[in-house]
Design a protein around this ligand. Structure first.
Ligand code: GCW
Length: 841
């Protein structure tokens, strides 16, 4: 990477570590564990740090703690601590459980309430010397303490007077990976599986081990490595030894391996003629299988089960309940200390959409609430935060407040299936916080969601968090460099849900990009506003998804959720929009909440604007609390959201030189893409509502695009116009394509505006089936050329595949001919939507 000019000149004169240090190139692989060198000023704070790291007992987890401490201090402070096994007569950083420490520090007493994974950072004297002590009840707690100490140093916080006890809020803090055994990942947006390839566990598990390290650094203690749409072969012959290798990679980091299992396994893998959970042969099969697993993976965490959902086998085949199924397996896990996460994501996806009383949102509560108290103590119901499916805005699932005698875990989605798939920036901690802080008034008294899932409210023995992460082989784990904040935030909230989203993002930014206040301020502001921005240009007022649910769950597809059995209906028609879920006139979903929560949702006048369309069907001219009509809100929010997405580009550009070039460029590319795609969203949604409602935008924007020239209206040579379906997926409902794969096509336009500086945006489509080339000329001068090789999810001309090329700083004069040349590649016929010409300065 280039050295800034000041460094080039002064570099030789400056002492090592002075302010003007070049920024090393980074891929993002190290995520928030970079241990980048601190500045001289910052590192002075740690001058009195002992020179020795003493580990009083050897176990894989404690060894990780010591190695990590040495690695971190070396990276940040440039000093290599001496690794010792015993205390000498000099100050040391001492690592060990309270039992380990007892002989050397007899006066050290465990602080009240220090439990399993918690830790204590403190100072103590032994034989007259001062020591910095990282201790806990368990090895894992010591490891977590070390990560916390290092995080403090990385963020330049003082550690002079340490006396800090931290305790995780909930015992179970797991991530799920939806990896298939062939190496693909369901809803994964960052490359292939780090665990599997070609039906087997990868031979090189270095990534699995590095991933476990990242997880441990934020307190995650379990990882289910395969898709909940589970391949029964995971329990088949010869696979358990392979899984044991992954467990081996996780073990030094205190992460327990877990597995998703298919309920039909006793039949499909075991060769029985049934998988009826009450059949003694089935119970025995699970017992044998579980014993076999524990013989090879003694710290195995347990199973995750998706049953009777989206075509998966389930207990309903035998007229049994989820509790019957869960307990049959949990009984086998219990003697080994294993858990069974049974997913409450159970619903009928063939619902009759013509019946206005049908409601998918009701399903989880209707099925599981009557079973409260019927599940064994090592069963945890894993419940998505909302009653539908990871949407950008949903109310809290009523089931989370409807269980008093059952363990529960909240399921959050780190991978951004419905929130931009890591091509769009969408930091989810603010959304998760709204859920975790929500008072469900379970049992009539105040009960925050975070206390229900931790088991605190109803004194449950287990419970916690499950985050669907879906990291992949991409160097930076999740694709978008800023998306790692979601994985970080998940871990931090599972550890301490009382943290604010702002505190978490600040922590993450400092660890990921350093402590420069300008960098921290800009990135924090982008992250904290990103969920609302994404919501604004995608889904208004809790309407449910406007995403293409029949395709990749990515771009707009307003019609796609209607007139089918999936139940993600928004019920938008020519008169109004929204699902009536009230008790008085609707589906009755509202009564699944406790009365205090239900009351405001029951009536249109007391439902908060942001959830209005989730709970009620209203005419487009209904006036919101904000004073706007629903239709105008839809138009305005989409325009404002798209504008805010665009503002992130110059905001990021203001950080040039303050961030290494590699990550700077990677983020910039995604933000530019997002700014363009937000316009695709804006236009598709606004045009759909305009067409269906017939109500114009009071501000005159919808349907009027100054400077836009439709490709089909240009002078075409070779190119032919085609209809795009649905029409709002392309501007004007049409695009142009080269009809033959080997042709060269041109669309040209004679510029009629005043002479000056302009920016020209070319909207085109990029499909996975080829790599078309484009050239843009003004007269005979080429001003830009590129290859359409973005990895987008759209398989046809659609809003999923629409993408923008921005050509800034063009000097145009009246009469100039702007020519776009397309060179198709196989089945991708250099498709074009429009160009837009805007004055730039
Ligand atoms: O959101 C939906 C996803 C499915 C997923 C399912 C689930 C693994 O579209 O891909 O299946 O949820 O959570 O089980």
């Amino acid at each position: 990477m280039k050295r800034p000019m000041c460094c080039a000149i002064l570099g030789a004169l400056l002492v090592a570590g002075a302010q003007c240090r070049p920024l090393r190139a980074e891929t993002g692989y190290e995520a928030w564990l970079r241990y980048a060198p601190l500045s001289v000023d910052e590192s002075q704070k740690y001058d009195s740090l002992p020179a020795t790291a003493v580990l009083l007992r050897d176990t894989p987890v404690l060894e990780s703690a010591q190695t990590e401490l040495i690695r971190g201090v070396r990276g940040m402070l440039g000093r290599t601590l001496r690794a010792e096994k015993t205390l000498g007569g000099e100050p040391a950083i001492v690592l060990g459980t309270l039992d380990d420490l007892h002989a050397a520090f007899p006066e050290l007493r465990a602080p009240a309430g220090l439990a399993k994974d918690g830790f204590w950072l403190t100072t103590a004297k032994t034989r007259g010397v001062d020591c910095l002590v990282v201790t806990a009840e368990t090895d894992r707690g010591v490891l977590y303490g070390v990560f916390t100490l290092l995080s403090r140093i990385a963020r330049s916080e003082s550690i002079a007077t340490l006396d800090e006890v931290q305790q995780p809020a909930a015992p179970l803090r797991w991530v799920d990976e939806w990896d298939n055994l062939d190496g693909s990942i369901e809803r994964g947006y960052a490359g292939r599986s780090i665990f599997f390839e070609n039906g087997a566990v990868r031979s090189d598990l270095a990534r699995a081990s590095d991933y476990a390290r990242l997880l441990a650094s934020v307190g995650i203690n379990g990882c289910a490595v395969n898709n909940v749409n589970a391949d029964p072969r995971a329990l088949g012959d010869g696979f358990i030894p392979q899984l044991a290798r992954i467990a081996g990679a996780f073990r030094p980091w205190g992460v327990r391996l877990a597995l998703s299992v298919d309920l039909s396994s006793p039949k499909t893998v075991g060769g029985l003629d049934t998988f009826d959970p009450l059949d003694p042969r089935v119970v025995e099969w699970w017992k044998q299988k579980v014993d076999e697993i524990y013989a090879q993976i003694p710290d195995f965490g347990g199973f995750v089960v998706k049953a009777d959902s989206e075509g998966r086998a389930g207990p309903s085949s035998y007229g049994r309940t989820p509790a019957d199924a869960a307990n049959a397996i949990a009984g086998a896990l219990q003697p080994h200390g294993g858990f069974l996460f049974y997913r409450a994501f159970v619903y009928d996806h063939h619902l009759d959409w013509t019946n206005l009383k049908n409601d998918r949102a009701r399903a989880a509560y209707d099925i599981f609430h009557p079973l409260d108290g019927k599940f064994d103590d090592n069963v945890i119901l894993q419940i998505k935060y909302g009653p539908i499916d990871f949407q950008v805005r949903e109310p809290v699932s009523p089931l989370l407040g409807g269980l008093q005698k059952t363990n529960e875990a909240i399921e959050l989605q780190i991978t951004q299936e419905y929130t931009g798939q890591q091509r769009h920036l969408c930091f989810l901690a603010p959304m998760w916080k709204e859920s975790l802080d929500f008072d469900l008034h379970a049992n009539g008294s105040s009960s925050l969601l975070r206390d229900l899932i931790s088991g605190k409210t109803f004194h449950r023995p287990a419970g916690g968090y499950a985050g669907v992460a879906n990291v992949g082989l991409d160097a930076n784990w999740l694709g978008h460099p800023l998306a790692m904040a979601n994985l970080f935030a998940f871990g931090r909230l599972a550890w301490n849900p009382e943290l604010s989203a702002a505190a978490i993002t600040e922590e993450w930014t400092r660890l990921t990009f350093g402590n420069d206040p300008q960098v921290v301020e800009a990135i924090d502001a982008m992250q904290l506003s990103s969920w609302r921005t994404y919501e604004d240009y995608t889904g208004p007022l809790g309407a449910g998804t406007l995403t293409n649910i029949l395709g990749p769950h990515y771009g707009p597809g307003v019609e796609s959720s209607e007139r089918n059995g999936w139940g993600q209906w928004h019920r938008g028609d020519q008169d109004g929009i929204g699902m009536d879920r009230s008790v008085s006139t609707g589906t009755g979903y509202v009564c699944q909440y406790s009365p205090l929560v239900a009351k405001p949702y029951e009536s249109v006048s007391t439902t908060p604007d942001e959830l209005l369309l989730f709970f009620h069907h209203v005419p487009y001219m209904h006036v919101l609390h904000s004073g706007k009509t629903v239709i105008q809100y839809i138009y305005d929010s989409h325009y404002e959201g798209a504008e805010r997405a665009a503002e992130n580009v110059p905001r990021w550009q203001s950080l040039k030189g303050l961030i290494d070039d590699e990550r700077y460029a990677a983020v910039l590319a995604r933000l530019e893409y997002q700014a363009g795609h937000a316009i695709v969203w804006r236009d598709a949604v606004c045009n759909w509502f305009f067409r269906v409602s017939g109500i114009p935008d009071a501000k005159g924007r919808v349907g009027h695009y100054p400077g836009r020239v439709e490709a089909e209206a240009m002078q075409l040579q070779g190119y032919i116009p085609v209809d795009v379906d649905p029409p709002e997926d392309a501007s004007g409902g049409k695009a142009v394509i080269c009809p033959e794969p080997l042709q060269f096509c041109e669309a040209s336009y004679r510029f009629t505006g005043a002479a000056g500086w302009y920016e020209v945006d070319v909207e085109y489509f990029d499909l996975p089936k080829g790599q078309s080339k484009f050239r843009v000329l003004v007269g005979d001068q080429e001003v830009d050329e590129w290859t359409a090789d973005a990895q987008l999810p759209g398989m046809k001309l659609s809003a999923d595949s629409s993408i923008r090329r921005r050509i800034p700083g063009l000097a145009l004069r009246p009469g100039d001919e702007i020519r776009i040349q397309g060179i198709p590649d196989t089945d991708e016929r250099s498709p074009l939507d429009y160009l837009e010409i805007k004055g730039s300065r």
